[in-house]
Write a protein that binds this ligand. Structure first.
Ligand SMILES: [Zn+2]
Ligand SMILES: [Zn+2]
Length: 358
């Protein structure tokens, strides 16, 4: 009996080795496998194009602090004929590509403010939507100052644009598509919300939030077919979010756990690292998870999704510490966002479907 088992194990091993050798040494077998992998990975996520729902995907839920699990600020919203990226931090494009999200018909990018982690991924999104067929300049909506950001990127990437048009031809890369079209959204005061986009059933409102010394900084609300999502941008706890986010289906709110960042500051200070100052400074212009929960309650938002997560949350224990005190304020309708969180809000319904694209 023992001899029979050994013989069977040996036969399996020989077959495995033969299979491995066929893959390892045969270019034609390798190419056939690659073709299958490519075909499986080249499909677009068509579901987000369904015009009968408002679709929101988080493509970056991190901050300037290094986090291997999170790209910097990025979200994409599909609403019928229109597609908007909301903030364009570093790594956002990688996530959009990984999740197979189409960007060729991008209507524009909405910038809440101009901290680096909200604009540093802009050139990659611009290049890839250009390559996907966008022929007009990319509309950049943002607070006053958006012209400076657009002009700076246009200048910095002008050589790159020229190489690509020369290499692939102007039929493929239309010259106009290389550039940005900055559209300044001026919100005069805290009481006033400005509707700066209202087309094909998509209404977008900008309003002021508190992120001093960044002045002005905006939050955005997007309404489509009776469904709505509100983005806090970067802000400390701000009543304006409750005002302009009133009754929103989803509130995407930034959060910094001050009780955790304090410990990071302490650790850095103990080592004599000058960056400990930054750990204390950043606390006065962000909201804690508990404060964001209170704001979501005040707004009557159905689902609160935390984003712009500070600090890094590498495991379940860290997530638990991050959420400390939140359940005292808000018992349900709350989650920590992650890169690849897809929220589908069907029209004519109260439903909020959460889908994990990772
Ligand atoms: Zn900021
Ligand atoms: Zn930020």
């Amino acid at each position: 009996m023992k001899g029979l088992v050994s013989a069977a194990v040996a036969a399996v091993l020989v077959l495995f080795a033969a299979g491995f050798a066929a893959i390892w040494f045969s270019p034609s077998v390798q190419d056939a496998m690659l073709r299958r992998v490519v075909a499986a990975n080249m499909t677009f996520n068509e579901a987000v194009l369904d015009p009968e729902a408002l679709h929101v995907v988080l493509c970056g839920t991190g901050s300037p602090m290094p986090d291997p699990d999170r790209a910097q600020s990025c979200a994409i919203v599909y609403a019928g004929e229109h597609v908007f990226v909301v903030d364009a931090g570093l790594g956002g494009w990688d996530r959009l590509a990984a999740f197979g999200l189409p960007v060729g018909n991008l209507s524009g990018v909405l910038l809440t403010h101009f901290h680096s982690d909200h604009i540093s991924g802009l050139p990659d999104i611009a290049l890839n939507s250009w390559a996907s067929g966008r022929r007009e300049p990319l509309a950049l909506y943002g607070p006053p100052g958006v012209e400076t950001v657009a002009a700076g990127f246009d200048l910095a990437y002008s050589l790159d644009d020229g190489y690509r048009i020369a290499h692939h031809g102007p039929d493929f890369f239309a010259a106009d598509g290389a550039n940005y079209r900055p559209i300044k959204v001026d919100v005069p005061d805290r009481e006033t919300g400005v509707v700066f986009f209202d087309e094909a059933g998509v209404k977008i409102t900008a309003f002021r939030v508190s992120h001093e010394p960044v002045e002005p900084a905006y939050g955005f609300r997007i309404d489509y077919k009776g469904r709505s999502v509100v983005f806090s941008g970067d802000t400390k706890q701000d009543h304006n979010l409750a005002v302009f986010g009133e009754g929103a289906d989803v509130m995407i709110h930034e959060a910094l756990a001050a009780h955790m960042v304090d410990l990071l500051g302490e650790g850095l200070a103990a080592r004599g690292d000058r960056r400990s100052k930054v750990m204390y400074d950043i606390q006065n212009y962000h909201a804690t998870p508990v404060e964001a929960a209170a704001t979501a309650n005040e707004a009557g938002a159905k689902l609160l999704v935390y984003t712009h997560i500070v600090p890094r949350l590498p495991n379940a224990l860290a997530e638990r510490v991050f959420l400390r005190g939140v359940s005292d304020v808000r018992k349900r309708g709350m989650m920590i966002g992650y890169d690849g969180l897809y929220l589908r809000l069907p029209a004519g319904s109260e439903k909020i479907e959460t889908i994990d694209l990772r």
